[in-house]
Design a protein around this ligand. Structure first.
Ligand code: SAM
Length: 220
């Protein structure tokens, strides 16, 4: 990992990225400020740092990716995180989305299925000083019952359907943001729990994610 340096040049690149995201339709200034604050280049190997402020996904090893900044901003905007919210992220990956969520609320849990990524990212986030999140290793397609209920659940891998356990772990008023589809494309879905048995589903843009594995995901 690179020495953890954030320079004026990097900050300027993040401002330019935020302008680009605004131009593409991201309007929540809290989300844009969060992306401007998190040094995305530090989540890259030094040799690939030049890719950090381009609006694209990038491999992080283990066949996984750090999501495109537009996707991170889009999902975070849909989640509509309030400062007192308790949020669960499914798919910690590089830890970048987790660090963005930590700018919006101090109450973040994040779960990663891949043990190699889990261990690497846990150590990296500690070195970065982004220590506020509870990090877990396991199948996030069944949520995190011990820490439920959540005001927001954000899934960063493509699911074949809505995982029932994630719906159950939403607080009334809580939102689940999850890409759902096949292995080619997934529609971004937001489900809001409006009452104990009442869920409202909205559909948004189409994306392409790595697959969600596990009990309510795709077969490994
Ligand atoms: N949020 C990540 C970031 O900011 O770098 C991007 C993650 S990547 C697009 C999706 C991640 O979901 C991968 O790291 C993958 O291992 C993880 N994943 C897939 N199925 C999972 C499951 N059932 N539970 C937890 N994590 C899962």
């Amino acid at each position: 990992m690179s020495p953890l340096q954030d320079t004026y040049r990097h900050q300027g690149q993040r401002r330019a990225l935020a302008r680009e995201l605004r131009r593409r339709g991201i309007y929540d200034e809290r989300v844009l400020a969060a992306l401007e604050a998190v040094p995305r280049h530090l989540f890259f190997e030094p040799a690939f740092e030049a890719h950090a402020y381009q609006d694209k996904a990038f491999p992080i090893g283990e066949g996984q990716t750090i999501s495109q900044p537009y996707t991170v901003a889009y999902q975070t905007q849909l989640l509509n995180v309030q400062p007192t919210d308790r949020v669960l992220e499914v798919g910690t990956g590089s830890g970048y989305q987790c660090a963005v969520l930590l700018r919006l609320t101090a109450h973040v849990e994040s779960i990663e299925f891949n043990e190699v990524l889990f261990r690497r990212t846990k150590a990296f986030l500690a070195a970065l000083g982004a220590t506020g999140a509870g990090l877990h290793c396991g199948d996030g397609s069944v949520g995190l019952p011990d820490k439920a209920p959540f005001d927001g659940i954000l899934v960063t891998a493509g699911a074949p359907g809505l995982p029932p356990a994630l719906l159950r772990q939403l607080r009334v008023g809580g939102r689940l943001v999850i890409p759902v589809g096949d292995n080619q494309a997934q529609r971004m879905i937001r489900v809001t729990r409006e009452g104990p048995e009442s869920f409202v589903r909205e559909e948004f843009e189409t994306f392409r994610f790595v697959p969600l594995l596990g009990a309510s995901g795709w077969r490994a």
